[in-house]
Design a protein around this ligand. Sequence first.
Ligand SMILES: C=C(O[C@@H]1C=C(C(=O)O)C=C[C@H]1O)C(=O)O
Length: 358
Amino acid sequence: MSNEDLYALRQRIESVDKGMLRLLEERVKLAKEIGKVKGGDCIYDPVRETEVIERLCRLAEGLDPRFVSLLFREVISFCRSVQKPTRVACMGPEGSFSHEAVISFLGRFVDVVFVENPAEVFDYVSKDKAGIGVVPVENTTEGTVYSTLDAFAAAEPGISVMGEGQIPIRLVLASMEEDMANIEEVYSHPQPFGQCRNWLYKNLPGARQIPTSSTSFAANLARTTKKSAAICGRLAAKLSGLKILEEGIEDQPYNATRFWLIGRAVARPSERSKTSILFNVAHKPGTLFQALEPLYRAGLNLTLIQSRPLPGNPFEYFFFVDFEGDIESQNVKEALNIMKSRVERLRVLGSYPQIKRV
Ligand SMILES: C=C(O[C@@H]1C=C(C(=O)O)C=C[C@H]1O)C(=O)O
């Protein structure tokens, strides 16, 4: 190819780029207008965002859907931000897996506030210090994140789940040390410690395991403490300037965490929504069976059932249940009405879409 050919092709690329830019400007203008029509505080519409991205992935010809999805995640994130800046609370510091989840679901044009635990995320959303909160719910290796469910049970009823999504959790051992043999202390959150229990047992049997409030906090500690290491994500290791001594140390090949996006708004009904409820039953034989029976009769597929101790009532419990279906569908409404008459307390935590990222 001659230099002229290269020049001509680059000219064409520049013209395509300019065309894309003008189209993006038009999209941003339209989003602003939509923002005015919608009014109010709630700009975020996870059902619509999922539809937009899925449609474009279907329409794309010869483009990797991961590229389409990533690109439009950021386009949408920006369009949302010009309508109204979105403040999102999640567990920090920067680089935590919650932070990765925020970026994966909402893109980079959000204003992230980092807090210490799920209860604080709920607190920020309740006090309108953040419009959206992102909290971990369940990990494929370690199971339910109890602190999130307990914080939800204690939160004011106006907060609901607006969406859910999952991200893969790849753990690294990161340190300022060059050699793993020098490591005497390992920092991490209890969940990731559990996710690489066998690896630690085999590879660092003598090291003290010190729990921290998050993986990114662990990374910060490892930066300033000699002969120590952190178990965290790549992002946290990078932000703390640590060296990665080993990557992919999780015990299960598929290690992922499911997160909820919480807020004051309610997601639009959708055919593929899931619903989460919280209830407690009288401490008598058969009450749990009777409570769940209407869900079975309505043919609803349960995806989670979790009991938690009822504060102030030793050895009594409340239950969290997730099932496939939307609160606006007739069969779900009917089932929950019957259920209500059979339980002591029933709270719908939300019907919400899955935020899928390819
Ligand atoms: C533009 C809108 O607002 C937000 C931005 C969207 C987008 O950029 O496509 C989609 C949904 C909303 O979260 C809208 O509701 O359509």
